[in-house]
Design a protein around this ligand. Sequence first.
Ligand code: HEM
Length: 663
Amino acid sequence: QYLNLLTNPGQTFLQGVSPSNFPVNNRGLFPVQRRPVNGLGYLQALNIEELARKLNTSFSNPPPPLGSAQDPATQTCGLVPPYCLKSRYRTIDGSCNNLFKPALGTPQTPYGRLVEYKYGDGVSAFPTSVSGKDLPNARVISSFLFPDKNLVDPIWNLNAQQWGQIITHDMSLTAGIAQSHKDTVTCCDDNGQLAPDAATNPLCAPILFPLNDPVHPQGPQCINFVRTGTTRDRGCTPRYAPAQPLSTVTAYMDASFCYGSSEGQARPIRAFVGGRLKTILRGGREWPPQDPNVTLTCESAQSPNEPCYLAGDIRVNQNPQLTILQIIVLREHNRIAGILSAINPHWDDETLYQEARRILIAELQHINYYEYLPIFLGFENMVKNKLIYPGANGYVNDYNPKVDPSVLDEHATAAFRHFHTLIRGYLKLVTESRHLAGIVRLSDWFNRPLLIELENAFDDLTRGLTYQEQSFSDQFWDSEITQFLFKRNNTFGGDLRAIDIQRGRDHGLGSYVSTRAACGLPVPHTFNEMLDFISAENVEVLKAIYEHPGDVDLVVAGSLEHNVPGAQAGPTFLCILTEQFYRTRVGDRYFYENGDPSIAFTPSQLETIRKGSSIARILCDNSDNIRHMQPKAFQQISSGNMPVPCDKLPAIDLSLWRDFEFH
Ligand code: HEM
């Protein structure tokens, strides 16, 4: 099919399945309009003949055995598979999604880029000021510009915040960083004291507390910070080329947080019976399997027998609400597999696993694009930029193999992290009648999922997610994550905002000014020219902290911009987020709305996915005993959004997957 497309460009490759209400070009693809992002070159030049030849050659080779090694790519910068099958199912590592560049979007490959790397030495050193001096201390910036002020969102609930982390974990993970349990490299120890080799170890960039730190004036010296693994560390980049930070999970929105990003991760969590994922039964309820290394993975656990889960993503235990959503999604896979197995008893384990996985991914993609993202990116903005097609009837054939689906560094390290601002430090437990049953402190439960198996906590926390307000999308950050992140048994902890700022520098992100330029937005040459998009008060602080407007970090000023009406981010972050989720959709050959006959859902299956997928129904179907849920479950309960019985919520009609040929 694709070879036809390439060699006979006049031929529509999705004959007969193009939606009549959207224009298609002579390749059966929607014309990809240049969106308001200038000079980004995301449509890389593609030598079609050459790629067609390569593809042809690769098809003539026999397939190699799959999954022989644990995670063969770990010390590489991504592995190009020697062979691509044009399969109905995604590979576990995302390879061969793009048949012309089969390694695109696979683990251990670099983040994408909008703006050139900005390293101090052009290769890997932290960026410096235009004057050559160090940039201002990340902890100082965090303290001055991102203090704690409890302003809550009037509409959206904590579930909206928390689902964002699920999407994050589906799409990227910086190489070499634990992100939840303790890093293997110590640049700053548990007592906040600098390690003896902190200054000489090239992996170390500890964040120093200033002597007059407002919260810890006499306290710790530093926060541990280990640099991200790059192409340079792994010998994949010429000596004087900039180091490219790597991501270690698939970039695709493919529920890799649930299934894993390699065969080595996927196999231990599969049951190999009935297409199911492995679970353990405790107290009559299903939980993920136990991580074999409890003391390392869940270091706050008091005993190796405490629950500590193994899932497709290593961050699964990081915080209770994240773990709850991981479990909900895991149970949803098994629920789907169970129904498919009942209606198609002749399907083997592999077919059931792959079909359930395919449906689950579609369900999540639908929720992400039609329910979650419009809240943050703005509905109109998404429609205008062809990220969604509300009311579409039939397929949306906008797959474009020239679009690189990699996660942009500007997205993962700056724009999407802005939503750390939404986090609340105290989590509510809520009963079925929507009364408060308790409150827990976030920093008491980092990396300790024991909480959610206690009594009714699983359901109560799930209701809490949908009941409690998320924090407002602004410059105020909860001190649970700026003073007590991963505090363990200490009285102090890390500062996620300072870490985000430091990570942006670690990755050599382009400055705020150059990123605005790349987005085609007005470029401020002076601090005062920032007044159009940042408050006078904040511009004053920027002036006091930074030497030059060109020094200002993207992570910092991007979070200070006034929100675009209808969206929850300022123009610079909105540009990045829009670009990212456009690429994630259009660069995914398996996107659920795509009508390529070799992978597409039938029109009626697609219709039921569209009508029956909702975050409300998933929560209902996979909690222990939740009986009522508001239909818009990213939105707080209100007179127009009252909880209804779960079975009144639309559901996917899985009978449409009955294998009629057999029956
Ligand atoms: C309680 C909730 C959360 C906690 C404790 C948390 C914590 C963290 C930590 C520790 C990191 C790694 C920092 C580093 O070393 O660079 C991180 C990365 C990140 N977080 Fe969060 N986060 C939370 C929620 C969220 C949410 C709601 C979003 C977005 C909607 C988000 C987006 C991101 C992104 C994009 C990254 C970078 C991912 C990567 O490429 O590695 N996080 N977060």
